[in-house]
Design a protein around this ligand. Sequence first.
Ligand SMILES: Cc1cc2nc3c(=O)[nH]c(=O)nc-3n(C[C@H](O)[C@H](O)[C@H](O)COP(=O)(O)O)c2cc1C
Ligand SMILES: CCCCCCC(=O)C(=O)O
Length: 407
Amino acid sequence: MVGTMVSQAEARSLTTYRTVDPPTLVGSAVPVNVYEYHALAKAKLPAMVYGYYASGADDMQTLKDNEEGFKRLRFRPRVLIDVTKQDLTAVIMGTATSFPMVLAPTAMQRMAHPEGELATARAAAAQGVIMGLSSWSTTALEDVEAEAPGSPKWFQLYVYKDRAITLELVRRAERQGFLAIALTVDTPRLGRREADIRNSFSLPPHLTMANFAAIDPSREQGKMTGPGAKGSGLASYVASLIDQSLSWKDIQWLKENSKMPILAKGIETAEDAVLAMEAGCAGIIVSNHGARQLDGVVSTIDALEEVVQAVRGRIPVFVDSGVRRGTDIVKALALGASGACIGRPYVWGLAVAGQQGVEHVIQMLRNEFALAMALCGCVKVSDIKRDMVIRDVYAPYDVQAQLKSKM
Ligand SMILES: Cc1cc2nc3c(=O)[nH]c(=O)nc-3n(C[C@H](O)[C@H](O)[C@H](O)COP(=O)(O)O)c2cc1C
Ligand SMILES: CCCCCCC(=O)C(=O)O
């Protein structure tokens, strides 16, 4: 099944999906969760590539906290509810999907697998989820669209100092039928990723930043330093090309130049959520970029609720960074998200087994999500409510007092 093209009809009905077999791996057991995919990918990938995908900024405090934030939440399950027939489907920015999960944009996927973004696009279409495609993909956006035609995709935008280049990218994405722009707002400069500095990270020479080939071939490799040069090539590439002056007024500029709805990706506060709404964003992704930008920033699941409260249901709010289990997706929805996005988990799947690995990761998360919903007493996604989760251990005061009096 690996490498199977996805027909247009298959791609459009995102609420249906196929069952995928786990990959058969020589010398390794079948992975049963995304942590095991991570371990397998680590063993398989070159150190420079693994370091780029895995690392967070600085001390990676937020990297740890993103996952722990989800684990700090506990369920309050309801019982004796008939969960024989479940409906996991969700409507995400107007697109019906097999469950409320989106593939977050991740750059340079051909470093993980030769088929890179093409494999991810086929996997997303076959599993009924939206794919976010990075500006910095190693496959041109037109080729990604051609591989899974008509399947819902968002285009992630980095705004270049050269606005003509930026607009050309936006127009191409619009022409190809991408449904939304995920405008990344947390990256005026690149976070300090020490693995990339240590490894003198650069894009391997057989790969390119494929979206820029047609616009300006000099941007394909940019100013990335070659292997052996000092420091992260990515950091210098970003510093030379990305527009640090990007500000709220530019959302208006983007809106004037594209009909695609804009999601602000990288919001962590109520204040910025309000500004994003005022600027005309159609959605918000609460994200800290997988802890790759500002270390010490609050975990996204902890930031989610203040954003949801500020937005008051006027636009959908999504969350990413640290989602590793179906239970995490239930928790995100309980706190008011309309969906959760994953980054590294599917990159690990891609590295381990290409399209099949990505599909299997999505399937595992959907199965975990279904089970968690059932065990919480939820038949459909809208049954997931705020009162289903609490923070930390459930220990009401009166129970504590009872226990103490017996000691
Ligand atoms: C290897 C890698 C590459 C990424 N590339 C991009 C990118 O090109 N654009 C972007 O907006 N975010 C990018 N991100 C951030 C993801 O979109 C997402 O916010 C993050 O991965 C979610 O955290 P998680 O990896 O813990 O699931 C990248 C993340 C990773 C791990
Ligand atoms: C303008 C910043 C580009 C960063 C490159 C891709 C990315 O987002 C990452 O986290 O890595």
